[in-house]
Write a protein that binds this ligand. Structure first.
Ligand code: FA5
Length: 364
C-alpha cells in the first residue's frame, strides 16, 4: 500500500496540467487502481482484521486525494495566470501611427487672409475655376481684340469636335470656356448674385500659361477684394489695403500707389508697401539695404493690382455707376507667403515635399 501511495504521489507531483492530473486521478484512485482494489478487498478479510485494513486504506486514500486537490489548486492557479498573461493588452505598446495630414502653409495663409476681411465685416465669395470667357474678360471690359486677352496668357478649353466655337473671343475655335486667369470674374458674378452695396473677398486658384520658376507658377492663388457702395473713393481703397497689410505683417505700413492699367478699373494702380524687413521700414528718409532679400534693395514690395471699378463693369452687372462706385484689388497669395515667411523659391510651395510644410510647425 505504501508503495502504491508513493507511486500515486509521484505521479500527482509530475502532472503539469489539469488534464494530466485527471488521468493520474483515474489511474490511482479509479476502479482498477491498487487503492480501490484494496478497498474492495477489505470486506473479504476476516472480521478482526477489517478495521486495521480499513484504516490503512482510508489513510492511503486520504493522502492521495489531499495531494490531488493541492496539486489541482496549484495547476488551476498557474493555468489562470498563463491565460491572463496571454490575454494581456499592452497599452504602452508603440503602434504604427497613421499620419493625420495638415493644411498646406499656403492654405493656412489663405484662411488667415480671409479672416482679416471677415474681421472687417466683408463677405467671402467664390467662383468656378473653369470660367466663361465672358466673365473673365468681356464683362470686365476687355474688348474682343483687346491685347490684354493675350497679356494674361490663357488656357482655353477646346470646343467639342465639330463645333464652330461659341464665344467670338480672341481664339475663334474656343468653347467659350477657359481656366480663369484671375479672380476678378467673381466680381461680376457677385454683383449679379448679391447686388449692392457689396463688400466681398474672393480667394481661389487661377491659371496662366506661365512657365514655373522662382516667382511664377502656372497655377497660383489670388484673393480679390471688391467694395461697391455709395461714395467710395480711392482713399477707402488705400485705407483697406493698409489695414490688411498691418493685420498680416504688423506695424503701421507705409504704402504707395503706382499708375498701372487694368481694363476693369479706372484709375488703376499697383500698390506697393515699404519693405518690412530692412532699414526702409523705418521711413521714407531711410534707405533700403542694397542686398535686402525681401525688397531687392528698392525699399518697396509689390502687393498687387487695384483701382476704382470701371463704370463699364458696373453697367455690365446692371448697376448705375452714377449712384454706386467702388474699388477692387487682386493680390497673389504665393507672393505674400514668400514675403511674409522668407520663401525664396515658389517651386518649394508646389512640389509637395512635406519638409517644406513641416518647418511651419505643422504636424504632417
Ligand atoms: C490681376 O490679376 C488683376 N486681376 C488684379 C486686380 C484686381 C487689379 C482688381 C485691379 C483690380 P496681375 O496680373 O498683376 O493682376 O496679378 C495679380 C498678382 O498675382 C500679382 O501681383 C502677383 O502677385 C500674382 N501673380 C501673377 N502672376 C503670377 C504667377 N504666374 N505665379 C504666381 N503669382 C502670380
Amino acid at each position: 500500500m505504501t508503495a502504491a501511495v508513493d507511486e500515486a504521489l509521484a505521479a500527482i507531483a509530475g502532472a503539469t496540467t489539469s488534464a494530466e492530473l485527471k488521468q493520474v486521478r483515474i489511474a490511482h484512485t479509479g476502479d482498477a487502481s491498487v487503492i480501490a482494489t484494496a478497498n474492495a478487498a477489505i470486506k473479504s478479510l476476516p472480521k478482526d482484521q477489517r478495521a486495521d485494513a480499513g484504516k490503512l486504506v482510508g489513510q492511503a486514500k486520504g493522502r492521495v486525494f489531499q495531494a490531488i486537490s493541492a496539486r489541482q489548486e496549484e495547476l488551476a492557479a498557474a493555468e489562470e495566470e498563463a491565460k491572463l498573461a496571454e490575454e494581456t493588452v499592452d497599452v504602452t505598446a508603440v503602434r504604427p501611427r497613421r499620419k493625420r495630414g495638415a493644411k498646406h502653409p499656403l492654405k493656412t495663409l489663405e484662411d488667415r487672409i480671409v479672416d482679416v476681411f471677415v474681421g472687417m465685416g466683408w463677405e467671402i465669395a467664390e467662383g468656378p475655376e473653369i470660367e466663361a470667357e465672358w466673365f473673365n474678360f468681356d464683362a470686365l471690359n476687355f474688348d474682343a481684340d483687346h491685347p490684354a486677352r493675350q497679356m494674361q496668357d490663357t488656357f482655353y478649353i477646346a470646343a467639342p469636335e465639330g463645333a464652330d466655337g461659341a464665344s467670338g473671343g480672341a481664339r475663334g475655335t474656343s468653347s467659350g470656356q477657359i481656366l480663369r486667369t484671375h479672380t476678378s470674374p467673381v466680381q461680376v458674378r457677385s454683383l449679379l448674385e448679391r447686388g449692392v452695396p457689396l463688400y466681398i473677398a474672393c480667394p481661389g486658384r487661377v491659371f496662366r500659361t506661365d512657365e514655373i520658376d522662382a516667382t511664377h507658377s502656372p497655377v497660383f492663388t489670388q484673393v480679390e477684394g471688391l467694395a461697391i457702395d455709395k461714395g467710395l473713393t480711392m482713399a477707402h481703397l488705400v485705407g483697406t489695403l493698409e489695414s490688411f497689410a498691418a493685420a498680416l505683417f504688423g506695424g503701421a505700413p507705409i504704402t504707395r500707389l503706382r499708375p498701372n492699367y487694368f481694363p476693369f478699373t479706372e484709375p488703376s494702380a499697383e500698390m506697393d508697401f515699404r519693405c518690412f524687413h530692412c532699414d526702409a521700414r523705418l521711413g521714407l528718409d531711410h534707405d533700403a539695404d542694397p542686398g535686402c532679400r525681401v525688397c531687392g534693395g528698392t525699399g518697396w514690395i509689390e502687393m498687387g493690382g487695384c483701382g476704382m471699378v470701371n463704370p463699364a463693369v458696373l453697367r455690365s452687372a446692371g448697376i448705375d455707376p452714377t449712384e454706386y462706385q467702388g474699388f477692387a484689388f487682386g493680390l497673389g497669395i504665393e507672393r505674400i507667403l514668400m514675403l511674409r515667411n522668407g520663401v525664396e523659391d515658389m517651386r518649394d510651395m508646389v512640389e509637395g515635399d512635406v519638409r517644406f510644410s513641416q518647418h511651419y510647425g505643422t504636424e504632417i
